[in-house]
Design a protein around this ligand. Structure first.
Ligand SMILES: [Zn+2]
Length: 333
């Protein structure tokens, strides 16, 4: 560094400037002295379905190592090849979490809760981010008057509770699929569970769906409206009572699929893959193919809990599977 540029550097630093660009490119080094944030922004994204407003409220991502058995009928090498094809890091599954808030004009309903405050602490903010995203979106958890649950896996129900065990949405009725509630509360089903993750699922479901949650719980049936404009659809397999929801208004609709596929870069591309978290992987595959063929044929908008944020788009046929085309961001709602 020559004395002229050193003087320039010192004067800029003394003035406390965050960064500067040399006026004559090539003659002076650029200076980037601003502290790096090291943090992602909370994520929310809004769109309308007729007169209904939907806010996607991101809960972060999981980061789990991929082991043999992650996909029951495909090797770790095959999973890594799919990650390569999607330009993603090998050996790790970064599974996004995206609950939504549905504002019908008369009801404010959250669909699935994310991983919860406890997970925020345990993951050092990688997930459990729903409260941050709700705050950024200006949504008060106390204003949520219904929480609609798709199924009883932890990433969908654990956010019902704060880290101290109190209710995260104190004024909300908790609406759950009747078939799902029946399965996870049935002692006979629990005693017959053999897969370790299903066994763990029973313990977690009974921990969360208890006490104050149970007092506010009401079951809903497939084929019927859960709240006005939101109809429950039977999509069993991932879990026995796994439910999707169609939000409809003014001739428009979106298919809120929950976990019909997990992250699409793996499980929409490979609908034949049996994910280790599927309670009944054969039924899950049949559901997945039926739903995705319908989404393609009807060119229907789909909201995917484990899609990359903002987790809403369309799907098309691609090779032997499907490919998601996410929406373009727009400032106009
Ligand atoms: Zn899930």
């Amino acid at each position: 560094m020559d004395s002229l540029s050193r003087r320039a550097l010192l004067s800029v630093t003394a003035a406390g400037a965050a960064a500067t660009v040399a006026a004559s490119a090539g003659s002076r080094p650029a200076i980037a002295a601003a502290p790096q944030s090291g943090q992602q922004a909370p994520g929310f994204y809004r769109y309308k379905v007729g007169s209904i407003e939907i806010t996607v409220v991101n809960d972060g991502v999981s980061r789990m190592p991929i082991t043999e058995g992650f996909v029951e009928n495909a090797s770790k090498d095959a999973v890594n090849a799919a990650l390569d094809a999607a330009f993603l890091e090998r050996d790790f599954y970064a599974g996004p979490y995206n609950p939504i808030v549905i504002n019908t004009g008369t009801k404010l309903a959250l669909v699935d809760t994310g991983t919860g405050e406890q997970a925020f602490q345990a993951s050092k903010g990688l997930n459990g981010r729903l409260p941050l995203s709700l705050a950024a979106a200006g949504i008060d958890p106390a204003a949520i008057d219904a929480v609609i649950i798709s199924h009883y896996h932890g990433d969908h129900i654990n956010g019902l509770l704060k880290a101290d065990g109190s209710l995260a949405f104190p004024n909300a009725e908790i609406l759950v699929p009747a078939a799902e509630h029946k399965f996870w509360t049935d002692d006979g089903e629990r005693s017959r569970a053999t897969k370790p993750r299903v066994v763990a699922g029973f313990a977690n479901a009974r921990r969360v769906m208890a006490g104050e949650v149970l007092k506010r719980l009401r079951t809903y049936d497939w084929g019927k409206e859960v709240i006005g404009g939101v109809t429950a659809i039977a999509t069993p397999g991932h879990t026995p009572g796994h439910s999707s929801h169609v939000v409809s208004s003014g001739g428009k609709s979106v298919y809120v699929q929950a976990d019909v596929t997990h992250a699409p870069f793996l499980f929409a591309r490979h609908p034949e893959w049996h994910f280790m978290l599927d309670v009944d992987p054969v039924a899950a595959e049949a559901t997945r193919r039926k739903v995705y063929d319908m989404l393609v044929a009807d060119r229907m908008l789909v909201q995917g809990f484990h899609y990359p944020f903002p987790a809403v788009g369309h799907v098309e046929k691609s090779g032997a599977g499907y490919r998601e085309v996410l929406v373009n961001w727009t400032a106009a709602i």
